[in-house]
Design a protein around this ligand. Structure first.
Ligand SMILES: Nc1ncnc2c1ncn2[C@@H]1O[C@H](COP(=O)(O)OP(=O)(O)OP(=O)(O)O)[C@@H](O)[C@H]1O
Length: 261
């Protein structure tokens, strides 16, 4: 897939009577790219994710343009895009088995029978490299580790083969070893399926190990975009330079050796 997947022009969001959470954003998301959205807390990253997903709260005022040239329509949740959050516990139902939860998405979006959906759910658990997928199908969320729950959330997010995967601080609650595993997993899945990835994080070092391009947000504004290598080696914006300088890990090899561009 090639072309502009999503185009934002002078896009802005204001919650209630507050100040702008996004202000005059011009950003093209290229189909098939892995784009990191970086910024400190409150810079507007999650607002961008919610706006793309059509999940802004009622009363939020939106300005400017958001267009979806490849799809030709706004993306349908679960079908055209999958969403992975920081806390998978918030989307997993504690009283349903893992198999039931993933199968439900596959059934709903792909029109499968329950039997077919269960088979697809188990296959998806294999794809997210869950150990013993057959056992996990019958488990409840509280019986899994945080990293395993995040694998389940990723399996559910990709169940309907979406074109876009939005990961909003998807690894922030995990320890660094599990973080690296989840990043490697996301990287592999988006490559295999040709998905577009929006990887939202405050951690520029983590993102720079595997994405193609970085977009840096500061105080509701997009202050810089560019390929990872050029942003890291020659940041055009003082704020980006400060983010890089403050990150002690950037001098060390990337988490996924060999894929940093
Ligand atoms: N539902 C809401 N109602 C009112 N203001 C909000 C709401 N959600 C976010 N904001 C405000 O919008 C601004 C941007 O928030 P946003 O959550 O997009 O930032 P962020 O970069 O994702 O931060 P974090 O990394 O802490 O999640 C902040 O000032 C925040 O307080």
């Amino acid at each position: 897939m090639s072309g502009i997947f999503c185009s934002l022009k002078q896009f802005s969001v204001i919650y209630g009577r507050g100040t702008a959470a996004l202000d005059g954003i011009d950003l093209d998301i290229v189909a098939g790219e892995r784009l990191a959205v970086i910024g400190e807390s409150g810079s507007g990253k999650s607002t961008l994710a919610r706006a793309l997903a059509g999940l802004l709260p009622e009363g939020a005022k939106v300005g400017g343009k958001m267009q979806w040239p490849v799809l030709g329509h706004s993306p349908r949740p679960g079908r055209d895009f999958g969403f992975v959050f920081q806390d998978p516990g918030s989307i997993l139902n504690p009283v349903l088995t893992i198999g039931e939860q993933i199968a439900e998405g596959a059934r709903h979006h792909l029109g499968l029978s329950w039997k077919q959906a269960y088979l697809r759910a188990e296959e998806l658990l294999g794809r997210v490299r869950m150990p013993q997928p057959d056992r996990v199908m019958r488990a409840f969320p509280h019986q899994l580790s945080g990293g395993q729950r995040q694998r389940v959330a990723i399996a559910a997010a990709i169940a309907a083969r979406p074109a876009l995967l939005i990961a909003d601080e998807a690894t922030s609650a995990l320890d660094v070893v599990v973080q690296a595993e989840i990043v490697r997993l996301l990287d592999g899945l988006v490559r295999e399926d040709g998905m577009t990835l929006l990887f939202i994080t405050h951690d520029i070092a983590l993102a720079s190990g595997f994405v193609d391009r970085i977009a840096v947000f500061h105080n509701a504004r997009l202050v810089e975009t560019g390929p990872v290598r050029s942003v890291l080696s020659a940041p055009a914006n003082d704020h980006t330079a400060a983010l890089i300088a403050s990150h002690r890990d950037l001098a060390t090899p990337p988490l996924i050796a060999g894929v940093a561009s």
